[in-house]
Write a protein that binds this ligand. Structure first.
Ligand code: NAP
Length: 235
């Protein structure tokens, strides 16, 4: 089994790596980091440096990795030291919007562009992107966080569109988007105060839930948007 985790240095990415090391001891595991290698030393991982928003980086990454059974994109962005998600459209800036699109939407498009041949197989393969329920247009009842929302809505459209194209080209590949729920990582840290403890998940729990879904889906489930509890979300 060959597995590639994009954003392996992130909170959920690292938990996914720990999960695959424990569950698939025979697997060949590749993981990417963008800025710094995680200090936590995880055994038997081939670490590769890549900015998954750059065409050249993803192309070079694809050259370094052979065929794959499972590709999970766990990269993403919500805020940084100077920018927080917008409470109102009056706070909107093109720079922050483009930063969201760059980290939340572009990687999945580039990964699909360069990894389709890696995932083509006679057995089942998986192309999974971490999205967020907030990117569902139908589910949007409260507004706000417009740049993040738009970038995840665009990601969802990318996932759906790739799944349709690959139904014919890669009929054994299951392509889906995954909503992890609010998870205790750097990304959600500034917003955790308003989340009841029972709704703030550990990255370990979320990874387990993701692999429960992976073990249950069939290629005919391609093009779906799953929540952490296995529920199918509206796009
Ligand atoms: N945590 C939550 O509550 C929550 C809720 C819903 C959805 N999600 C989604 O779950 C995914 C993982 O989030 P997380 O909580 O694990 O966040 P995190 O701890 O902040 O990790 C995000 C990771 O993405 C990497 N990254 C960002 N842009 C990248 C790029 N262009 N190329 C390569 N790597 C890039 C970051 O690398 P650097 O460290 O180098 O910047 C970081 O390692 C994201 O897509 C997020 O939107 C999370």
């Amino acid at each position: 089994m060959k597995i590639l985790i994009i954003g392996g240095s992130g909170g959920i990415g690292k938990a996914i790596l720990r999960h695959v090391i424990a569950t698939f001891p025979e697997a060949r595991i590749y993981a990417t980091y963008r800025s710094t290698l995680p200090e936590e030393r995880l055994a038997d991982i081939t670490w590769l440096k890549a900015n998954a928003s750059l065409d050249a980086d993803v192309r070079q990454l694809a050259e370094k990795v052979a065929n794959l059974d499972l590709l999970i994109n766990a990269a993403g962005f919500l805020h940084d030291a100077t920018n927080k998600p917008e409470k109102t459209i009056n706070e909107f800036t093109p720079e922050f919007f483009n930063q969201n699109l760059s980290s939340n939407t572009l990687p999945t498009l580039l990964l699909a562009k360069y990894f389709s041949t890696h995932l083509k197989a006679k057995h089942q393969t998986y192309f999974v992107s971490l999205s967020a329920r907030i990117g569902s247009i139908e589910d949007n009842k409260i507004g706000g966080w417009i740049s993040y929302r738009c970038s995840k809505a665009a990601l969802n459209m990318a996932v759906k569109t790739i799944s349709i194209e690959w139904k014919f080209k890669l009929p054994n590949c299951c392509v889906f988007a995954f909503h992890p729920g609010t998870t205790d990582t750097k990304l959600s840290q500034p917003f955790q105060k308003s989340v009841p403890p029972s709704k703030l998940f550990t990255a370990e729990y979320v990874s387990q839930q993701l692999f429960n879904i992976i073990s249950n889906v069939k290629p005919s489930d391609t093009g779906k948007f799953y929540s952490f509890n296995g529920e199918e979300l509206p796009w």
